[in-house]
Ligand binder design. Structure first.
Ligand SMILES: Cc1cc2nc3c(=O)[nH]c(=O)nc-3n(C[C@H](O)[C@H](O)[C@H](O)COP(=O)(O)O)c2cc1C
Length: 386
């Protein structure tokens, strides 16, 4: 087991924040105009699988928009948002709820009712008509769910309390409430809930699903010792902590094909009230070795800043994923186009996802192609979402 190098891990602690939107909101990001010749690697097509070839290596990172209607159906504005960005090789949707009991943030869309499936069908039809490809990011927030939205206590691997205030969009501030641990039969039912959501995503016309296994949400809570204190099939040993992620992946891959399933992971635990415990990296390595055998669409790094070096990962988080996962890798986290292109060119990852710069520049891909200046990301841009 790698020893925790405190100096290298320090930025992870400093960056810790109670929720993605808070962190996302306070960090601006800018990038200079770049000579298109330096970006050539981003414009190479990539055969993702037998069923999908991407026209370039640029990915729209999943970004929560908090704009769903009262039935948590994506709005016409959501369709406009994705269509405007369809020049990317791949779009990944904002995190999307797999059931009504797993909501932690305001106005986030779901994919568990017929109306939601119809709403997403309007999105995917328009994206496909514009020549784009789109995956649905499937989301259960586990202990970060809130009874304010769900009416019931949040469920999670172990009843490790969430503490403090959760600042949300449009002035909502919630106190975290007591949470409850799942029993084994509930966990099995949750695997089925993920599968149902994935089948709904297929019915809605998505090209595939990305399981949100990062940022301190339910799947991540199973992987980490901070939040998983179980001693049964789903906790205790490394393979038990990884079991939920693998069972969900296999349940879905068995029905829609592994080439339509992807996993997002946060090897650097700094988010969603998560902490690193020595040995967590062994669980991730076990999981990545298992995922490597499954011919999935891709694995996707979730991180705000991939420039940080972590002692327990023996380098950058993207390098950790590259070392332990054999398959297509999406890099992400504070990348400016030129350095993302260099990383793709050097084989550090195969595709580059952009969040904040793509929010600020709907025509991001065209601007890169032409070498035009990019607008900076600022928190206020989130207010413009419809
Ligand atoms: C407004 C906003 C919302 C986000 N929502 C999600 C989300 O729903 N799912 C997710 O996996 N990551 C989410 N993220 C993280 C991004 O996908 C990405 O990892 C992060 O912004 C770092 O990439 P960037 O430096 O290119 O912005 C969000 C980020 C921002 C800025």
């Amino acid at each position: 087991m790698a020893a925790l190098d405190k100096s290298a891990a320090t930025p992870a602690t400093v960056d810790k924040a109670p929720a993605p939107l808070v962190l996302a909101g306070v960090m601006s990001l800018s990038a200079p105009a770049t000579d298109p010749a330096l970006l050539a690697s981003l414009f190479q097509p990539l055969r993702l699988s037998d069923v999908l070839t991407l026209k370039n290596r640029i990915v729209l990172a999943p970004c929560t928009r908090n704009c769903a209607d009262p039935g948590l159906v994506p709005t016409a504005g959501a369709a406009d948002y994705y269509v405007e960005r369809a020049a990317a090789g791949l779009l990944v949707t904002e995190a999307t709820l797999i059931t009504q009991h797993c909501q932690g943030y305001r106005d986030t869309p779901g994919i568990y009712t017929e109306a939601q499936v119809r709403g997403w069908r309007r999105v995917t039809d328009r994206v496909h008509a514009a020549g784009g490809a789109i995956f649905s990011q499937l989301w259960h927030v586990g202990r970060l769910a809130h009874p304010y939205y769900t009416g019931v206590p949040a469920v999670c691997p172990s009843a490790v309390p969430t503490e403090g205030l959760c600042h949300q969009v449009r002035g909502v501030v919630l106190n975290y409430m007591p949470v409850r641990s799942l029993d084994a039969s509930e966990i099995r039912r949750l695997v089925r809930t993920y599968l149902d959501a994935a089948l709904n995503a297929m019915a809605a016309g998505f090209d595939g699903v990305e399981l949100h296994g990062g940022n301190g949400y339910l799947i991540d809570q199973f992987l980490r010792q901070t939040t998983n204190k179980r001693y049964d099939r789903y906790g205790g040993r490394i393979e038990d902590r990884a079991r939920f992620a693998i069972e969900v992946t296999d349940a879905i891959a068995g029905r829609i094909g592994p080439e339509r399933v992807a996993m997002r992971l946060s090897p650097a635990a700094y988010f969603g009230l998560m902490d690193y415990t020595p040995g967590d990296e062994e669980t991730l390595i076990h999981l990545l070795q298992n995922l490597s055998q499954r011919r999935l669409a891709y694995v996707h790094l979730a991180l705000h800043d991939d420039h940080q070096v972590y002692g327990y990962l023996k380098g950058r988080a993207s390098a950790f994923l590259r070392r332990h996962y054999r398959g297509t890798l999406i890099g992400n986290g504070g990348y400016k186009p030129a350095e993302a292109a260099a990383a793709v060119g050097a084989g550090q990852f195969d595709l580059a996802a952009f969040g904040r710069l793509f929010i600020a520049n709907p025509d991001f891909v065209e601007r890169l192609r032409l070498g035009s200046e990019l607008r900076s990301y600022e928190r206020g841009l989130l207010e413009l979402f419809r």
